[in-house]
Design a protein around this ligand. Structure first.
Ligand code: GLU
Length: 444
């Protein structure tokens, strides 16, 4: 059995029932076969893949907080410090009822590769809780965040581990977490990113993932003789990634016709109205169904697949495994030319393989959504230099970073004889950097 296959079998055996984790490991290992098989002994002797797959440290803790009726609630809290070969641990905190160790291991593993691909000096991490802010009062959310940080603060720091947001953890939650961090650590430093601009945050962090996604998409289309102007776009999700993707892609002349949340999707054939979406999501913190109150000509569907809507470009920006093989086939049959992942691993393996075998352009999340963590790293840079950059200055750097990610991804694919396979390209380019750092640092 090849080294790669052996390590995969062992991963499944040692981590039973952790399907998303197996899925993420398999996708990456399959791409790495191209690299490992040519020099198997070197990697096997260093147990490099085993070390890459096993997180450096997993922290698991209890999060007690008091709800508005005076009852003590208990949530689970985690931080996975996955890999620090190329820099301090970096990655978001996900607060959602689905959070468990399996999910965070998949996300942390992916993050290690995504972060390496940005070209910036950051290792990989992920954390979070099974706490769900939906239906909670502002005070309850603050109480939870303060309790979560009371434990987490022991393990983070601006040169050690720098958490940020993810699903369920936006600028409000990061603000509460930072307030508590500052109080406990007695330091005002960049130990968290995604902070408000008035206390050390980057002016463009909220927009960064969505904007970066569109820069990547535009770049990829342009390299293939295509453009965004006049294209019809289907986007899933209604969080910060989806909203800022809509904002930027509209500036390029494309028309977004959908958005969705966990209850259903909105289809607006005239083009989604961003002002209405922002009002619902950012001001009222409501559900997207409320879009109909402002735009009665739109349609709201609860039990239908969003990917059945004909489009030129599909951008899954909601969550993992939201686009399956049937969806991918439907998109292709409807004339879709590009699928770019805004979420982490939103296309399942069968869909990914289908897309790679079709003539659609497909860009995986770890290349396409790296703009968020890249701007987080610029925020760290600003904090340690005690300075701030303007919106335009950071936007320009983001543009450049996304173009470089595209270059590295496409170049690695070409070097290994799989031109246009950006999944292999992204995994290989990231691996080359992490492997080099790990090999140089000895057996740790
Ligand atoms: N949660 C985001 C991601 O998946 C951002 C992480 C960060 O900024 O550290 O990349």
């Amino acid at each position: 059995m090849s080294y790669v296959d052996e390590v995969y079998s062992k991963t499944v055996e040692d981590n039973p029932g952790e399907y998303e984790f197996h899925q993420a490991v398999k996708e990456i290992l399959d791409s790495l076969k191209l690299v490992i098989d040519s020099d198997e002994k070197k990697y096997r002797d260093a147990s490099l893949l085993e070390r890459l797959i096993e997180p450096e440290r997993i922290i698991s803790f209890r999060v007690p907080w008091v709800d508005d009726s005076g009852h003590l609630q208990i949530n689970k809290g985690y931080r996975i410090q996955y890999n620090s070969a190329i820099g301090p641990y970096k990655g978001g905190l996900r607060f959602h009822s689905s959070v468990n160790l399996n999910l965070l291991k998949f996300l942390g593993f992916e993050q290690t590769f995504k972060n390496a691909l940005t070209g910036l000096p950051i290792g990989g991490a992920k954390g979070g809780s099974n706490f769900d802010r939906k239906g909670k009062s502002e005070r309850e959310i603050m109480a939870f965040c303060q309790s979560f940080m009371s434990e987490l603060f022991k393990y983070i720091g601006d040169d050690l581990d720098i958490p940020a947001g993810d699903i369920g953890a936006g600028s409000r939650e990061i603000g509460f977490l930072f307030g508590q961090y500052k109080r406990l650590a007695g330091l005002h430093c960049g130990a968290l990113t995604g902070k408000g601009p008035s206390f050390g945050g980057s002016p463009i962090r909220t927009q960064a993932t969505g904007y970066g996604l569109v820069y990547m998409l535009e770049n990829m289309l342009r390299r293939h003789g295509k453009g965004l102007d006049g294209k019809v776009v289907v986007i899933s999700g209604a969080g910060s990634v989806a909203v800022h993707t809509i904002e930027k892609i509209q500036q390029f002349g494309a028309k977004v016709v959908t958005l969705s949340d966990s209850n259903g999707y909105i289809y607006d054939r005239d083009g989604i109205r961003l002002d209405v979406v922002k009002q619902i999501k950012e001001v009222r913190r409501g559900r997207i169904k409320e879009y109909l109150d402002e735009v009665p000509t739109a349609v709201y569907e609860e039990n239908k697949r969003i990917w059945n809507i004909p489009c030129h470009i599909a951008l899954p920006c909601a969550t993992q495994n939201e686009l399956n093989l049937q969806d991918a086939r439907t998109l292709a049959a409807n004339g879709c030319i590009a699928v770019v992942e805004g979420a982490n691993m939103p296309c399942n393996r069968e869909a990914t393989d289908f897309l790679l075998g079709s003539n659609l352009l497909f860009m995986p999340g770890k290349a396409a959504n790296g703009g968020g963590v890249a701007v987080s790293t610029l925020e760290m840079r600003q904090n340690s230099m005690r300075m701030s950059w303007t919106f335009d200055e950071v936007d320009e750097q983001l543009h450049k970073i996304m173009a470089e990610i595209y270059e590295k991804t496409s170049d690695a694919a070409e070097r290994y004889g799989v031109k246009g396979n950006f999944v292999a390209g992204a995994n290989i380019a990231a691996f080359e950097k992490i492997a080099d750092a790990m090999m140089s640092q000895g057996f740790v």
